[in-house]
Design a protein around this ligand. Structure first.
Ligand code: SAM
Ligand code: SF4
Length: 336
């Protein structure tokens, strides 16, 4: 590790601290708000970053720029074979404040099988996606009959000692907005923080419209009427606004990307499975780091590419503006 690092700062003074890595574009679900039912073109394996390549790039971000948080995502990260091997490589990387904060976002379908080995390999935190507690609706939303396995996976993640285990629930009007209270109740009883995510225009089939978004204020009002909540102090760079139940039964989060963008505090950058660097979920431009690595560029040269890319990070996404242009990739291809 370098004795000191240089901050990676964008043109608006935001210091990059968090790297999200899509480790595969493949997935065992087909969530309607993310992927089409059929017809996804998977990347050839040779174009996907190897574990060694991921580790190499993560070391540049951590050693040079003091990135402290790394989240594995996808696609579905747990479909990648030998995932604990990657986790142990990354868990061994020390940042300026000690080991990096290594987390993963998963659909939870196989969590009951992999929770213990992932925890033992050094993964610290997991977010498990769960949008509905109703089996038929789960099948409708994910196009897979896996609700029971996901619920077992949440139990397994808690038993394995992940701390915290959080639940991600994307709320889409007319689909699962009638379950906001049930999901909140689930979180209170299970002892997990449910994070309600506003539906974003990153669905592959392009059915997103503003009317389908259930905004933060509406979600808060619905939950507050059932279980009084109060907002916790400012979130800093974290994407979720957090609220605590007044009766002390835990916390919920809301990720209000559409109705209350939090771009001003964004400290995140992303790597896609094919090693393209993105400075925003909604970016329309990517910077190919994997080809540079495979061409034998030095770390200094790759770092120069990273800095040039970060210099293009924009102030914020334009979802609510007339000139908003959807990225040509959907959520599973970018890595949510
Ligand atoms: N497969 C894993 C999962 O589903 O948790 C990780 C990848 S997934 C792309 C990451 C997160 O993005 C999930 O919580 C998922 O629900 C969310 N997501 C996918 N499409 C979305 C959309 N159009 N709007 C908001 N969130 C979305
Ligand atoms: Fe797969 Fe996650 Fe997208 Fe669902 S949200 S299709 S689980 S990548």
């Amino acid at each position: 590790m370098r004795a000191s690092h240089q901050d990676l700062v964008d043109p608006f003074g935001r210091v990059i601290k968090d790297l999200r890595i899509s480790i595969t574009d493949r997935c065992n679900f087909r969530c309607t708000y993310c992927m089409p039912e059929e017809g996804m073109q998977w990347l050839p394996r040779s174009e996907v970053m190897s574990f060694e390549e991921i580790e190499h790039l993560v070391r540049i971000f951590v050693d040079r720029y003091g990135v402290t948080g790394v989240r594995l995502t996808g696609g579905e990260p747990t479909v990648r074979a030998h995932l604990p091997v990657l986790v142990s490589k990354l868990a061994a990387i020390n940042g300026p404040e000690g080991p990096i904060d290594l987390a993963m976002t998963t659909n939870g379908a196989t969590m009951r099988l992999v929770a213990d080995p992932l925890r033992a390999a050094g993964l610290r935190r997991v977010n498990i996606s769960l949008d509905t507690l109703v089996r038929e609706k789960f099948i409708e939303m994910t196009r897979r009959d896996e609700l029971a396995n996901v619920l077992d996976g949440i139990d397994a993640a808690q038993a394995a000692g992940f701390e915290p285990v959080k639940i991600n629930a994307v709320i889409e009007r007319g689909v699962n907005d009638d379950e906001i209270i049930d999901l909140a109740t689930f979180g209170r009883e299970q002892g997990v923080e449910v994070r309600f995510i506003e539906f974003m225009p990153l669905d592959a089939d392009g059915h997103w419209v503003t009317e389908k978004v259930v905004g933060q204020d509406e979600i808060v009002a619905i939950i507050d009427a059932a279980y009084p909540i109060e907002q916790l102090p400012a979130r800093g760079a974290a994407p979720a606004d957090r609220f605590r139940y007044r009766d002390g039964s835990g916390v919920i989060g809301i990720i209000p990307t559409v109705t209350k963008p939090f771009c001003g505090d964004c400290d995140r950058v992303r790597l896609t499975a094919e090693g393209d660097f993105r400075t925003c979920l909604f970016a329309t431009k990517e910077f190919d780091l994997l080809s540079a690595l495979r061409a034998g560029e030095t770390d200094d040269q790759i770092a120069a590419r990273i800095e040039a890319a970060v210099a293009t990070k924009w102030a914020g996404h334009r979802i609510n503006q007339v000139n908003f242009v959807r990225p040509d990739k959907s959520m599973s291809q970018i890595g949510g």
